[in-house]
Design a protein around this ligand. Sequence first.
Ligand SMILES: Cc1ncc(COP(=O)(O)O)c(C=O)c1O
Length: 385
Amino acid sequence: MVHMQVPFYRHSLSPENAQLVAKVLETPFLTSGPIGKEVEGQLCEYFDVKYAKLVNSWTNGAVATLLAMDIGPGDEVIVPAMTFIATANVVELVGAKPVFIDCDPETLLITPELIKGAITKKTKAIIPVHMYGQMCDVKAIKDMLPKDQRIFIIEDCAHTFEAKFNGERPGKYSDAAIFSFYATKNVTCGEGGAIITNDEDLFERIIQAILHGMSAGAADRFKAGQYKHWGMEHLGTKANLPDLLACFLPEQIRTVDSRLKERETIAQTYESALKNTKIICPIKLDNIVHSRHLFPIHVGSQNRDKVLLTLGESNIGATVNYRAVHSMSYYSKKYGYQENDFPISFSWGNGTLSIPLFPGMTTAEQDYVIDVLVNKIDKMIGEDN
Ligand SMILES: Cc1ncc(COP(=O)(O)O)c(C=O)c1O
């Protein structure tokens, strides 16, 4: 076995991108300005939606969106137990209650049936998460919702940019879809995100909510010679993305689909290499384009930490996506959740880890990871995974 070092993730932004920042510095706009507007136009075109707003993280964008929907104390928001903590934390941050649900055992996605069982009169929103880059069936979720109760759908697209479900991209059936441009995401500017929607009234509220609740943004306030006073009707936060970061996005959005091909090839190579092992991969549905953001595997709860150690000793980067959110002590203490309340999420979360997958990963790097998985890890795993 050839020994080498394979990082969990390697970004593809070359030092030449520093010129993009230099260009921003030549303009008066250090914060949100013309480059942000250009990217928002690209997003509207790519997702075929009417409105897009850049934000400085998924998390802050989601807080602003929940505020814009007037969701707060006394309200419930349905979230998956199998997701990153941020999906639930934003609900807590606006004072509402996250109501967890379990997921499908093969795809790790939430389903309309699981959501249905959690709806109460207090339910104000659902946040389906397109886990690992594979989309939930948002149309089926929308069709299932009670017609006599306004329940918002907010898609968590942190793992998704390029994905499609039945040929349709995020944003079509939901009230809003929110993306993350965090350092390891398929499209990145270090920290950042975006909100897309087709709802004009909601968009107006979101624009205010990401700028403290102010009724007019900087560009409107300082229009040619006449200062315009602003008011504040609703509470907001501060979540806009500066052009100093937005400048990394236009080229990545233009080329995102070509990089997806690379991700898909790497993912399929893993899938066929692991087919005859005891290592389990989530099922990829037939009717979807997968964003292939992460490549999680399941090795069993009795093996997971040993496998992480072995990968570490073999100089292979790995991480865990995710231990179930309801089992985090903050949530179990506050709401009295027991570990096995959502058994699929809990058991997946205790036995999973994610292996390296990024555009630019070399064949030699992937061969090495596969070699370690097949010839070392598979042999460590008992027959019971
Ligand atoms: C599923 C999911 N939702 C939300 C987030 C939060 O994104 P951000 O770091 O941009 O706030 C992440 C980040 O990794 C995530 O994986």
